[in-house]
Design a protein around this ligand. Structure first.
Ligand SMILES: [Zn+2]
Length: 448
């Protein structure tokens, strides 16, 4: 065994140790097993001793971690982010158990299985490996580098918010922020053969909209002509029949153009000649798949329905919970107006909870962008590097308050099957992919 395969094996073993700790985020944080989180935080110094000898570490907002690696020069720092909480996973349905970190397959096909491999302990462990190796190699960053590790990204993100508050109070304005986000993917667009490195320069907003109908209750044996639940059902159906308007923003236009230049046939024409193909293009994107459809509009999904507590009791209060992802260029207020118009019923109360507006757009040019795209090309070779609007929400949205250069990119190649395992059963990643992620962060650190 050569020394490099030996160190890769040791790195992988440390990653497996982190994967085996079920740091599961629960929406109701009182049911979170915080002892597991304490154990995770306590395990890190022994796993990455060189890093912990050189970087300062503080615990922020309960269980989030903020590390500072002092640079040799003054100047605005960089922040590299990840989160160590994961979404719940029962054993049910998994081919290999979610918290065993089993290695399956041989050679280039070898995969590490488990909850958190892709989201987001893979990035966290790769970052730790890159910094540990850099410290051991005597590297010092030019400017300060912070590592920001959230503990509740999957639920509220209060940890990342607390870190942003801490940095702001110290007058720190990061010149560069990188969090999880797009990956190196294939097959998003038909007719495009080369893989694309999707770098998020913004993300959609998110809010929960509730539809509520109040009515006098009573026995289900003498129902009124229209019950609260009938009204609510009608509202839900009406909302489903009226999708949000589709629109191509400047960022999405650039994504399509960049990818389109590598496409063949009619796809190339549609993507690169948007002025000619505009309305047609919107229709094509809406039909291509759920992902491309979500790229061009605000989306809504009814995720929860609530009626009465008993089978023979009329609901006094019927509630539908709608998860809404707000397109860049739109707003929570605009989404609310659309839902009210769609529902067309003054007896249905429409309210927005926890509104989070779409993020400002970070520039896809300039030194921060160039560093990110040149590092990506150096590590992944022939890939199409493109900015895009991230569909899901991440902790990085809080950093837009203190930085104009917030990027969302997870430096891993993900197959369609692997992407489908995010937040689902059978989450897994190729071992070689993870090792390449370490190389990405190591190279990036030298450019910061
Ligand atoms: Zn995540």
């Amino acid at each position: 065994m050569t020394s490099s395969t030996h160190s890769a094996a040791a790195s992988l073993a440390r990653f497996q140790t982190l994967l085996r700790m079920p740091t599961v985020s629960r929406l109701d944080e009182s049911s979170t097993d915080w002892a597991v989180f304490d154990g995770f935080v306590a395990a890190l110094p022994a796993l990455y001793p060189a890093l912990h000898a050189v970087l300062e570490r503080e615990v922020v907002g309960g269980h989030s971690l903020l590390y500072r690696w002092a640079g040799v020069e003054p100047g605005d720092p960089a922040v590299l982010m990840a989160h160590y909480d994961v979404v719940p996973a029962g054993e049910e349905g998994w081919t290999h158990p979610p918290f065993a970190a089993e290695l399956v397959g041989e050679g280039a096909e070898r995969e590490v299985w488990g909850r958190g491999t892709l989201d987001d302990k893979g990035a966290l462990a790769a970052l730790l490996e890159a910094v540990e190796a850099s410290v051991l190699a005597g590297v010092r960053p030019r400017r300060d580098v912070y590592l920001s590790f959230g503990h509740n990204e999957e639920t509220s993100g209060t940890g990342a918010k607390a870190i942003v508050r801490t940095l702001r109070e110290r007058g720190i304005r990061p010149a560069f922020v990188l969090d999880e986000g797009g990956a190196v993917v294939e097959g998003v667009f038909p007719g495009v053969r080369a893989p694309s490195a999707m770098i998020g320069v913004s993300e959609k907003g998110v809010t929960t909209i509730t539809l509520t109908v109040h009515q006098r209750g009573g026995h289900a044996s003498t129902p009124p002509r229209r019950t609260a639940t009938d009204r609510l059902a009608r509202a839900v159906v009406r909302l489903g029949r009226r999708p949000f308007p589709a629109r191509i923003t400047p960022t999405t236009a650039r994504t399509l153009r960049t990818i389109g230049e590598h496409a063949t046939g009619p796809m190339r024409f549609a993507l690169t000649r948007q002025r000619l193909s505009g309305p047609l293009l919107l229709r094509v994107l809406a039909r291509l798949g759920d992902e491309t459809s979500a790229m061009v509009r605000t989306t809504s999904a009814v995720t929860q329905l609530q009626g009465s507590a008993a089978a023979n009791v009329l609901a006094e209060r019927a509630v539908a919970t709608v998860n809404v992802r707000v397109a860049v260029g739109s707003s929570v207020a605009e989404a609310l107006r659309h839902v009210r118009r769609a529902v067309r019923d003054s007896a249905v109360l429409v309210e927005a909870l926890d509104p989070s507006e779409p993020s400002p757009v970070s520039p896809a040019s300039g030194s921060a962008w160039e560093l990110l795209s040149s590092t990506t090309t150096a590590i992944f070779g022939e890939v199409i590097v493109t900015p895009y609007v991230q569909l899901g929400a991440s902790d990085s949205r809080h950093f837009a308050e203190i930085s104009d250069h917030v990027y969302r990119f997870t430096p891993f190649e993900m197959t369609t099957g692997q992407r489908g395992s995010l937040h689902a059963v059978d989450e897994r990643m190729h071992v070689d992919t993870w090792l390449r992620g370490i190389a990405f962060y190591t190279r990036l650190l030298r450019g910061l």
